[in-house]
Design a protein around this ligand. Structure first.
Ligand SMILES: C[S@@+](CC[C@H](N)C(=O)[O-])C[C@H]1O[C@@H](n2cnc3c(N)ncnc32)[C@H](O)[C@@H]1O
Length: 199
């Protein structure tokens, strides 16, 4: 696709800002102790790593489901140097797909090797959505209204959706699904990002 997995302005910086600061920490603002996360695109496992780290430091119980159609091969993920926490990162990648795995007492992971298009996400299952698909101009089918509708149905009341993308069409689609949409300042290199809340 000739596309990068993360911002060229800094992968960790972008993930930390969009998904952890504006997503996870925002959801936890009123002292919740449990979060059910759905990530679209497990990719390099960076968002999962940052989330698992927070679950440990803040003592939050997190159950984390991630969809991915093309798991990164071991010879590639072993070369990634996101963290000094090598053991945790390796465990996120090396553990089995398509079953629940306890990564730490606070962090349970289900990596689903399945496309967003094929996945049955159920109804009112998730508190927090990390929508981290490749960009709309590279993979428009991920951003179609029917996909967003499926995700919106799977969100619990009060659930939070975050993405690095701030396209007008995305905002209109999320609004049409009844979500409350906010445009926030983006991470370095991006003017805006989107957060949407299900009421
Ligand atoms: C921007 S990357 C995700 C980065 C990842 N969240 C991370 O922390 O490294 C987008 C991911 O979506 C995956 N993907 C592509 N098509 C998909 C589909 N139809 N359903 C689910 N995931 C898909 C890609 O293989 C890729 O790993």
């Amino acid at each position: 696709m000739n596309e990068t997995y993360h911002s060229r302005h800094g992968a960790i910086q972008e993930s930390e800002y969009v998904f952890i600061e504006k997503g996870l920490k925002f959801f936890l603002r009123d002292k919740k102790e449990f979060v059910s996360v759905l990530e679209i695109g497990f990719g390099t496992g960076l968002n999962a790593l940052l989330t698992a780290n927070l679950s440990q430091t803040d003592g939050i119980n997190i159950v984390y489901t991630a969809l991915e159609t093309h798991p990164i091969p071991e010879e590639i993920w072993r070369t990634l140097n996101y963290s000094t926490e090598k053991l945790l990162f390796e465990k996120l990648h090396a553990t089995a797909w398509n079953e629940w795995v306890t990564i730490t007492p606070q962090f349970n992971l289900f990596k689903r090797e399945e496309s967003l298009q094929a996945a049955n996400l159920g109804v009112q299952q998730f508190d927090l959505i990390y929508f981290d698909a490749f960009a709309p101009n590279k993979q428009p089918e991920m951003w179609e209204h029917t996909m967003l509708q499926k995700i919106s149905l799977a969100m619990k009341s009060g659930a939070v959706f975050v993405t690095y993308c701030a396209k007008g069409q995305l905002k209109r689609d999320l609004k049409s699904l009844g979500l409350v949409v906010e445009s926030l300042s983006g991470p370095p290199g991006k003017r805006e990002m989107v957060r949407a809340i299900k009421i």
